[in-house]
Design a protein. Structure first.
Length: 88
């Protein structure tokens, strides 16, 4: 019986985390939309397109690294500026 209670509690926590993450991502996209539009309008040399391609490649490699057992820092995941990496 205790296992069922633990399963229900962990499922609730997982669902709550997913909801908060989803709403946070939607809010962040809404807030960053104007900044992204300005950045794209100012990108004359195509630097942002190149960096986005590099970022996609890096994310694909990061997924592979996760399967191999390597870990990434919690600070990198929680940084409020991680979505602005393509602008630097």
């Amino acid at each position: 019986m205790q296992t069922l209670a633990v399963d229900i509690a962990s499922t609730f926590v997982d669902d709550a985390t997913a909801i908060v993450t989803g709403f946070g991502g939607a809010l962040l996209r809404f807030a960053m939309g104007p900044i992204d539009r300005i950045a794209n309008a100012c990108d004359i040399a195509g630097v942002l397109t190149e960096r986005r391609a590099t970022l996609r490649m890096w994310r694909a490699n990061r997924g592979r690294a996760r399967h191999e057992g390597r870990r990434f820092s919690l600070l990198g995941r929680l940084s409020p500026f991680r979505r602005l990496a393509h602008l630097t």
